[in-house]
Structures are given as structure tokens and as C-alpha cells.
Design a protein around this ligand. Structure first.
Ligand SMILES: NC(=O)c1ccc[n+]([C@@H]2O[C@H](COP(=O)([O-])OP(=O)(O)OC[C@H]3O[C@@H](n4cnc5c(N)ncnc54)[C@H](O)[C@@H]3O)[C@@H](O)[C@H]2O)c1
Length: 261
């Protein structure tokens, strides 16, 4: 199963940390030329350096992909360098530190979460699609969340944004299937990444927060970035040639539980 992405060009947004970084490393190990992107310069450079030091191919393009000019610049630089992009993993996103029921959510915070998740995904897809259409193929992987499928209290903006990402993915699969462009959405449950760890450390009791999450999952543990990266690799590769418009939940069985009894 080696080299499942041999000679493919892949952009992974937000790959300076967490799921994005682990996926970028895996894609490179499978033979892809990886365009690492992040809005944190040092973090993105570090990912590209790790790949290159282990014999893989990578370049880093700085930019906040929720900004139209930056998203266009990322696409332009990737196309200028490699003439095509085969795989786009829209991983960048997150809750942006916003939590609350709808009535407690400021308009500014609402906009921030929509921009960071829905607009970022929209912009990257919008500007890469003409090149994928020209090529007559492409695999787009969008980052949803378990929160986009079902909800927990007090995540009004984030849950709504991730649900929108799921629908955006389904819409693209219909509109671009005829060009052999596939669009699929990953919906992870609780994954222990630096981003999630920061959130847990903001709670009064970090150890209890981890234990609660582990206990809520059928498999008895939080997910690892590798659990999601492996699913992204499948969707990026030709092994998933008949997958489009799919919503892949990766949650260790979290969602299977009806209640805590
Ligand atoms: N960790 C989880 O439990 C979990 C669960 C479901 C979904 N997700 C989703 O997975 C994705 C990655 O999460 P993570 O936990 O690995 O986070 P993380 O904070 O560890 O890493 C995210 C990286 O993305 C970068 N980034 C964020 N927004 C960006 C933007 N607009 N442009 C460029 N770079 C940007 C950050 O600088 C950071 O390096 C997010 O979309 C998140 O919503 C995470």
C-alpha cells in the first residue's frame, strides 16, 4: 500500500498543527508533493521542514485562508509552482474560542466562526475549482465535525458552521461530479490535538475533562490526529474513487450513544 499518493499535488490548509500537520506528513510519506499552508508562519514552516528532513516533498505558503486575497494567493502560488492541484484538504477552521447558546453569541463572534470555517472552505474551493475542472479530476476533502451532525449544548455558531460545511460539500459533489471532481466531508469526534488540548486546559479540571471525553466514546479514548489523517488519506487516494458527497464520521462510537445511561 506504499505510495498511495505518488506524484499527486496536495494542499492542506491549517497544516501547522494538529490534524492538518499529521495529514500533511502522511500525504508526503505516501508520495505527494504537499503544499503546507497556515496563518502562523513558524508553525507552517516547521511542518514543511519536518517533511523535507524525512525525505518528502513540501513547500510552505503562508496565509489566512478565511481572507479572500490570501486564499487566492495560496491557490495562485500553488498553481504557479506545480501547474495543477489534485487534492485540496480544507482542514483550517475551529471554534475560534467562541462558545455559547445562540442568544449569548455576539454578532462579531458569529461572523468570526462562519468566516473561519464556512468562508475559508468556500474561498479555497471557489478558487481551486477552475483548475480542477480544467484537469478533469480532483479530490476535495472538507473538515466538518461531529458537531455538524449532532449537537451538544452551547456551541451554536460552531455547530451551525460545521453543518454548513457538510452541505457545501454535498452541493459541490452534485455540481462538479461531471468533471470527476469528488468532494467529501470528514466529521471527527473529540481528537486530542494541540488546539483541543488548549480548550481542555481552559477548564477548571483538565484531568476530569479528559476522563469525561474518554468515557463518552465507545472505544474508551479520545481520537488521535492519525485517526483522522488515515481517513483523509483514503479520501485523497484513488481507493475512494466512487466516494463523493459522503460524510465520514470518525468518532470512536461517540455518536452511537443515545444517552449516558
Ligand atoms: N480536534 C478536534 O477534536 C476536532 C474535532 C472535529 C473537528 N475538528 C476540526 O479539525 C480542524 C483542525 O483542528 P485541530 O484540532 O487540528 O486544530 P489545531 O488548533 O491543533 O490546528 C489548527 C491549525 O490551523 C491553522 N489555522 C486555523 N485557521 C486558519 C486559517 N483561516 N488559515 C490558515 N491556517 C489556519 C492554525 O494556525 C493551526 O496551525 C478544524 O477545522 C477543527 O474544527 C477538530
Amino acid at each position: 500500500m506504499a505510495s498511495r499518493l505518488q506524484d499527486k499535488i496536495a494542499i492542506v490548509t491549517g497544516s501547522g498543527s494538529g490534524i492538518g500537520r499529521t495529514t500533511a506528513l502522511l500525504f508526503a510519506a505516501e508520495g505527494a508533493m504537499v503544499v503546507v499552508n497556515d496563518r502562523v508562519d513558524a508553525a507552517g514552516r516547521e511542518t514543511a521542514d519536518i517533511i523535507k528532513e524525512s525525505g518528502g516533498q513540501a513547500c510552505f505558503i503562508f496565509g489566512d485562508v478565511s481572507d479572500s486575497g490570501s486564499a487566492q494567493a495560496v491557490v495562485k502560488q500553488a498553481i504557479d509552482a506545480f501547474s495543477r492541484v489534485d487534492i485540496l484538504f480544507n482542514n483550517a477552521g475551529g471554534s475560534q474560542g467562541v462558545k455559547g447558546a445562540l442568544g449569548d453569541t455576539d454578532e462579531e463572534d458569529w461572523d468570526k466562526v462562519m468566516k473561519g470555517n464556512v468562508t475559508a472552505t468556500f474561498l479555497m474551493c471557489k478558487y481551486i475549482l477552475p483548475f480542477m475542472v480544467k484537469n478533469g479530476r480532483g479530490s476535495i476533502i472538507n473538515m466538518g465535525s461531529q458537531f455538524g451532525v449532532a449537537v451538544v449544548p452551547s456551541f451554536a455558531a460552531y455547530s451551525t458552521a460545521k453543518a454548513a460545511v457538510i452541505h457545501l460539500t454535498k452541493q459541490m459533489s452534485l455540481d462538479y461530479g461531471r468533471y470527476q471532481i469528488r468532494a467529501n466531508c470528514l466529521c471527527p469526534g473529540p481528537i486530542l490535538t494541540p488546539g483541543h488540548d488548549r480548550f481542555l486546559r481552559s477548564k477548571p479540571d483538565y484531568e476530569s475533562a479528559i476522563s469525561e471525553r474518554n468515557a463518552a466514546v465507545a472505544l474508551g479514548r479520545m481520537g488521535l490526529p492519525e485517526d483522522v489523517a488515515n481517513a483523509a488519506l483514503f479520501l485523497a487516494s484513488d481507493e475512494s474513487a466512487y466516494f463523493t458527497g459522503s460524510v465520514l464520521v470518525i468518532d470512536g462510537g461517540y455518536d452511537a450513544r443515545l444517552c449516558s445511561a
